[in-house]
Ligand binder design. Sequence first.
Ligand SMILES: Nc1ncnc2c1ncn2[C@@H]1O[C@H](COP(=O)(O)OP(=O)(O)O)[C@@H](O)[C@H]1O
Ligand SMILES: [Mg+2]
Length: 361
Amino acid sequence: MKKIRLGIFFGGRSSEHEISIRSAKSIIKGLDKTKYDIVLVGVDKSGRFYFGEKAISLNMPQASQMLEDLRKNTSTELASVSAGLPERVDENISGAIDVVFPVFHGPFGEDGTIQGLLQSFNVPYVGAGILGSAIGMDKDVTKRLLRDAGIPSARHLTFYHHESDSIKYDEVTSTLGDIVFVKPANLGSSVGISKVKSKNDFEEAVKTAFLYDNKIIVEEFIKGREIECSVLGNEYPEASIPGEIIIRHDFYSYSAKYLDDNGADLKIPADLPIEISDKIRKMAVRVFKILACDGMARIDFFVKDNFEIFLNEINTIPGFTEEVSMYPKLWEASGIPYEELLDRLINLAISRTKRNNELLH
Ligand SMILES: Nc1ncnc2c1ncn2[C@@H]1O[C@H](COP(=O)(O)OP(=O)(O)O)[C@@H](O)[C@H]1O
Ligand SMILES: [Mg+2]
């Protein structure tokens, strides 16, 4: 059987650059090399694309450290393409890569931008399409669509940078309660997020969030356990068993996620009554469909003591390390091992493109 040339796109301009490299490294390691030739496409923090060997040698110090040992698995086909754009970008991408796994987290990769580029070149890619990616990245739009569909999530207010002066702590807390979360609308990994309990903290938190996005949201505090569910599929998505993140910090901050090895534990499966677990799985599939997802998504919930369920957020390219990331670990526990999960995602990408190519344009 002919091997599939799989492009692993990683790195990227967002502040989740390093996390993306970790996920990419794990995916490359987990792939069945008898089925795939891997073409690395690394994007540095300034947004330049490097193909093949260049991705692990040029301007990507973290990548070169972490991916050095993978050199032998790398197709050198594109190695001659140096920094800057080749003469015919479309030929270089669509001619050399059969399908892409975009392993970007955050803006400029998880948000529909790369998906749009790949779609223009008619190259199949893993995960949500342009619309689902863009919706999933924007916490404000996500929550508005869910509200419309009757799915509960924390109440929120939205503010734009140009109206910063009109953001009033007293008004916000009288609507949302004394404790609020301030977040950039489009980001992930808890970057730029603050839990706020006072007016001073609030002003700082708003400034911080605006460093990362021109749109921010302020959310009411939901006191609950953090339960996550993985969804896989295109037209007929399925949900994994739910897992719980048990957090040892005030909230699941960047440092609890990535800096403190003991910041949080994953409990798989989550310790929940079966009917609640089933309800979460059903809700996860509904959310996946409402938000126009394809391929995969990790859907994150808060569950209160009385088992009321609130959607927190959705990740269309969730963390993907085999050892620690919830998305693949939940599938592993639900009967789909890592290597098979990768195969399935790649097949879903190919079948979606086939179907789309049958449409009249
Ligand atoms: N409304 C909320 N109530 C309680 N905790 C929250 C709320 N919003 C966020 N958090 C905490 O902050 C973490 C990060 O927020 P989240 O919206 O998931 O952002 P990210 O996309 O960066 O993961 C959550 O995992 C949770 O611990
Ligand atoms: Mg989150």
